[in-house]
Design a protein. Structure first.
Length: 66
């Protein structure tokens, strides 16, 4: 899970070097078989991030047991 701060105020994740670093870490994670869920601070504050992570864990648990 990655939480991108500064979404609306020119934070690290929206500037060229930060965006490039994010892309690199995400493609490395994908090559290693990881699924990365990206959220903004607003997603966390509103509870949306928690709901998505809970659903992802539920789906993963269902796959591993079936």
């Amino acid at each position: 899970m990655e939480i991108d701060g500064g979404t609306w105020n020119n934070g690290r994740h929206t500037r060229p070097a930060g965006y490039a670093a994010d892309c690199e870490s995400l493609f490395i994670a994908a090559l290693m078989g990881w699924t990365v869920l990206r959220f903004t601070g607003e997603h966390v504050r509103q509870g949306q991030a928690f709901a998505v992570v809970a659903e992802a864990l539920r789906v993963a648990s269902h796959r591993s047991s079936g």
